[in-house]
Design a protein around this ligand. Structure first.
Ligand SMILES: [Zn+2]
Length: 176
């Protein structure tokens, strides 16, 4: 998935060339010029006439701000490697992990920020792993949060166990 920003007329208001109305619906859109521009057929919501716009696509890379404040381009393979490491010998399929990475990437692309802290990505990954596999979650969390000591790690585990208990209690209540 590639995120893109449309560079058009400033705020991207597209006026109908016939009546000047500012709302139109896109009825067809396809890339041209090896994907550098996008051709859109639009229909004016007021007069119903159709016109074509060419919009420039610019691929804006996502930058990850690392702990030492340096930046590097977002690399989904790197994220995948981290997840794979956490899921080693766990019953988590590659397809599931691809889904997790896709989901995280989509979330990041959807924020308008082009610079994202590495810790946010870590949080998203932990959130996803929590639902997927507990062991993988704990492994990932221990690397990611760089638990300073056994105590913090223990706290994290306890919180998780408590949450799980609460969820189970809820489930039981529903069932009874
Ligand atoms: Zn019109």
């Amino acid at each position: 998935m590639v995120g893109f920003i449309l560079i058009g007329k400033g705020d991207m208001v597209v006026k109908c060339p016939y009546c000047g109305h500012e709302e139109s619906k896109v009825i067809d859109s396809r890339p041209t010029d090896e994907g550098e521009r996008i051709r859109r057929r639009r229909e004016c919501l007021k007069c119903g006439r159709r016109f074509t716009t060419y919009e420039v696509i610019e691929t804006v890379p996502l930058l990850v701000i690392k702990k030492d404040r340096s930046r590097e381009a977002f690399d989904r393979n790197k994220l995948m490697r981290g997840l794979l490491r956490a899921c080693e010998k766990r019953p988590v399929s590659m397809a599931k992990l691809e889904q997790v990475v896709d989901g995280i990437e989509a979330k990041l692309q959807n924020t308008l920020d082009r610079e994202i802290s590495s810790s946010l990505i870590g949080e998203y990954a932990m959130e996803a792993l929590k639902d997927l596999d507990e062991v993988a979650y704990v492994r990932f969390a221990s690397v990611y949060r760089q638990f300073q000591d056994v105590q913090t790690f223990q706290q994290e585990l306890n919180a998780m166990i408590q949450n799980k208990r609460k969820e189970e209690e809820k489930k039981q209540k529903k069932e009874s």
